[in-house]
Design a protein around this ligand. Structure first.
Ligand SMILES: NC(=O)c1ccc[n+]([C@@H]2O[C@H](COP(=O)([O-])OP(=O)(O)OC[C@H]3O[C@@H](n4cnc5c(N)ncnc54)[C@H](O)[C@@H]3O)[C@@H](O)[C@H]2O)c1
Length: 347
């Protein structure tokens, strides 16, 4: 009998283990022995359990499919609302069905990540359904763009709620679970993978709510990386790209598509699944040495970001700065924009 592991059946192929093929001459004998041989393929995430928030559509769907492809069992969370966060639906079921069709294992969850207790229930659902939790991918997101003078406070709060509070609540409940496991003596390879964006890292006109939220997620990641490292949990942040419902809100962006619209072996620069292999790798044991990093995955590129670093430092010489004299030093020494005058060589 041929037994195939979950990751292998995702492709519908069997990968053979080590076998002394040179000893065989008769091809029919070879075939029958092949069929008797137990499958030895190991997916890089076999045995792991993941939650991906907002995985009913877009980039999250790509992550969930990729994690399942490599053997993880995945809880597909999605509120199923609009791109601006109104309403609810069963988008999670579509991703569960896509994963099941490909031989993977997934289960739906329809919680709103702004509901702190519902995030706790989501963590518990993963544990109750699959016996453990290894990976949390915080991806759920909405946009409500407007220049700041036109932005209602409700649109600031809604965007902050989904991205910041939602990510924080998931991290909180996952951390409680991971800590209990570590205290019980389990050696963890826990993973939290958050989602920032170019708007949060470099700013974007019309997105003061979204950019603030995405910058906060980078800060949250840096802090969690310090708090959870000792118990074997890494926390990193990706910055993805894709022509999703969110991108399609921008004028001239084009029509959104889903990662499953692209064939497994095709490449499209705006495939919402382009960052998903990075997520799968970060989630794997191979990436245990990567913690507190922000990594963008745009088109065919992976970009390791460098955060705030000291650039130029000046000192007052142990006295309080004098505002009236600061200008000269700021322009000449800090920003190095003003001519410093002709310097004469001293004899
Ligand atoms: N598309 C891009 O180019 C891009 C770039 C940078 C960052 N991002 C980020 O990637 C993530 C995914 O966005 P996308 O572009 O795939 O958009 P998308 O709209 O296709 O997917 C977002 C998903 O999150 C779900 N969601 C929204 N609010 C939720 C809530 N409160 N609870 C649970 N689920 C909720 C939505 O229903 C949707 O399925 C977001 O965090 C977004 O900010 C996207």
């Amino acid at each position: 009998m041929l037994t195939v592991g979950s990751a292998a059946s995702y492709y519908g192929v069997a990968v053979m283990g080590q076998f002394p093929w040179s000893a065989l001459v008769d091809s029919s004998l070879l075939l029958s022995i092949h069929l008797e041989k137990k499958e030895t393929f190991m997916g890089m995430l076999d045995g792991k359990v993941a939650i991906v928030t907002g995985s009913g559509h877009g980039i999250g769907r790509g992550h969930a499919m990729e994690l399942a492809k490599h053997g993880a069992k995945v809880v597909i969370n999605d509120l199923g609302g609009s791109v601006t966060g109104e309403g609810s639906g069963r988008a999670a079921d579509e991703t569960v069905a896509l994963i099941a069709e490909r031989g993977g294992e997934a289960t739906p969850n329809y919680a709103n990540v702004t509901d702190h207790d519902a995030c706790g229930e989501l963590v518990q659902q993963a544990i109750d359904t699959y016996g453990r939790l290894d990976i949390v991918v915080n991806n759920a997101g909405i946009v409500r763009d407007a220049a700041i003078w036109n932005m209602p406070v409700a649109d600031f709060d809604a965007v902050m709620g989904v991205h910041v509070r939602g990510t924080w609540s998931m991290c909180h409940h996952a951390a409680v679970y991971f800590r209990a496991q570590a205290k019980a003596g389990e050696k963890l390879n826990g993973r939290i993978i958050n989602t920032t964006s170019g708007a949060g890292l470099g700013g974007n006109f019309g997105q003061t709510n979204y950019a603030t939220a995405k910058a906060a997620i980078a800060g949250l990641t840096l802090t969690l990386a310090q708090e959870l490292a000792a118990i074997g949990v890494t926390t990193n942040c990706i910055g993805p790209a894709g022509l999703t419902r969110i991108t399609a809100t921008m004028p001239g962006a084009g029509e959104a598509f889903e990662p499953d619209d692209i064939a497994e072996d095709d490449f499209h620069p705006m495939d919402p699944g382009n960052s998903s292999p990075l997520v799968a790798w970060l989630a794997s044991d191979q990436a245990a040495y990567v913690n507190g990093q922000v990594i963008r995955a745009l088109y065919d590129q992976i970009i390791w970001m460098q955060g705030w670093r000291e650039r130029v430092t000046i000192a007052s010489g142990n006295k309080k700065w004098d505002a009236t004299k600061l200008g000269a030093r700021m322009s000449a020494e800090v920003f190095q924009t003003a001519p410093t005058g002709i310097k004469f060589l001293q004899a």
